[in-house]
Write a protein that binds this ligand. Structure first.
Ligand code: PMP
Length: 405
């Protein structure tokens, strides 16, 4: 349980999929860097070179973490920008080969992938194939295979979903892509394989060669690091074009002055993530299954049957998404928030939209009625006692909201 000093209220924070609190060590490293590393890293006097050297050291650490090379790491402002750069950058390059390049993606990607692709499709610049998921959120791999064609330039499939925690089997997908590439008529490197690994970084294997990915997006904001810093990993033999214009930083692919403090924060956050990964996976998976059982019990006590969106297996250890009958999720969110329990319904980027989340629609089809879902996303600070308090509070809320069911 956390004490929120501003309001003098105990807060139980269960929205770690949308933002994680900053780690103290990360803050320390960043604070030093903010103080000391103010020179522009493109300046050629000694101070500038020192800053540049620090950035290059950090670039090397990230490359090691991803099992790649230094020149494969492009710093961006976060995962939204990394996804945009990967997609728009590949399309821009692929236009040299195809009038209308074809792209494959899944129907449950984050908006920063889907919305770019929808925009390109609307402008008639690409042909787009959406691969669906079943009721449990598993990808239709057969359909992915069937949709690969000569002008497919990119397959963009996320590593782990931010709403239901579903983990996609990237190794299987990359195997399919490699097999297709080998048997193509045209001898080019297409299709490239891009993954949005934003939610996966804390918990899954991030070695790009083992995964077989060509492009990978991640950010620091979900790994107890700072906001507004991310990475696009781009394999050396993969070609993309810049989407922003200006300086020649980041190999000409991402112009703009680099922020050494944010970069050092990202690296420290990765270091800590690596250290605690195994322990946290076990701890959180236990807490998550316990929470699911207890939620089932407390709702059942009031004759309400909840439904797990997704499955406990093959899903991130920290994300639990359930459907609740009869009671609107907004009402529950507000009631919980008044008791200091912070959870969410869907991706924070889609807050305010009244319709069902696109992930829920992809799993269950388009429904007239609003499906009431809640996402609990646990984190490093989550304790067993916090979750017991959540269950106790939900019981009280259900008593209060009796008229709804
Ligand atoms: N992809 C996924 C899967 C995410 O969960 C998020 C953050 N909600 C993003 C992309 C966007 O990240 P950022 O806020 O760094 O742009």
């Amino acid at each position: 349980m956390k004490n929120n000093n501003n309001k003098n209220k105990q807060i139980i924070y269960l929205d770690n999929a949308s933002a994680t609190p900053i780690d103290k060590e990360v803050l320390k490293v960043m604070s030093e860097s903010f103080k000391n590393d103010f020179y522009n890293s493109s300046a050629i006097f000694e101070g500038g070179l020192e800053v540049k050297n620090k950035i290059e050291e950090n670039r090397k650490s990230i490359a090691n973490f991803l099992g790649g090379r230094k020149e494969e790491i492009i710093f961006t402002s976060g995962a939204t920008e990394s996804n945009n750069l990967a997609i728009l950058g590949v399309v821009s390059y692929a236009k040299k080969f195809f009038k209308k390049p074809h792209i494959i993606t899944s129907s449950i990607e984050h908006a920063s992938v889907l919305e770019v692709l929808y925009a390109l499709e609307r402008e008639n610049k690409i042909e787009l194939s959406l691969i669906g998921v079943d009721e449990k959120g598993y990808l239709d791999l057969k359909s992915l295979k069937k949709n690969l064609q000569e002008n497919t330039v990119l397959v963009s499939i996320m590593y782990a979903n931010n709403e239901i925690g579903r983990i996609f089997d990237l190794k299987e997908i990359s195997k399919t892509i490699r097999h297709f590439r080998k048997n193509k008529k045209e001898n080019n490197n297409f299709p490239y394989f891009h993954t949005d690994a934003t939610q996966a970084t804390n918990y899954l294997d991030m070695n790009t060669s083992r995964l077989g990915v060509d492009l990978l997006s991640m950010n620091a904001a979900k790994i107890y690091g700072p906001k507004s810093i991310g990475v696009l990993y781009k394999k050396v033999n993969v070609n993309i074009e810049n989407i922003l214009f200006g300086g020649n930083q980041e190999f000409g692919l991402r112009p703009g002055t680099l922020n050494p403090a944010l970069i050092s924060g990202l690296v420290k956050a990765l270091e800590i993530t690596n250290q605690v990964k195994d322990k946290e996976i076990k701890r959180l998976a236990n807490l998550k299954s316990r929470l699911y059982l207890d939620l089932q019990k407390v709702f059942k006590k009031h004759n309400l049957e909840i439904k797990l969106n997704g499955t406990l297996e093959n899903s991130l250890p920290n994300i639990l998404n359930i459907t609740i009958p009869k009671i609107p999720s907004d009402l529950l969110l507000i009631e919980l928030s008044m008791k200091g329990i912070y959870v969410s319904e869907k991706s924070a980027c889609k807050t305010g939209e009244k319709s069902n989340s696109h992930v829920i629609v992809a799993m269950y089809g388009k429904k007239e009625e609003k499906i009431s879902s809640l996402r609990f996303s646990l984190g490093r600070a989550t304790k067993k006692e916090d979750l017991s308090f959540v269950i106790k509070t939900i019981n009280q809320i259900l008593i209060k909201l009796k008229d709804w069911y």
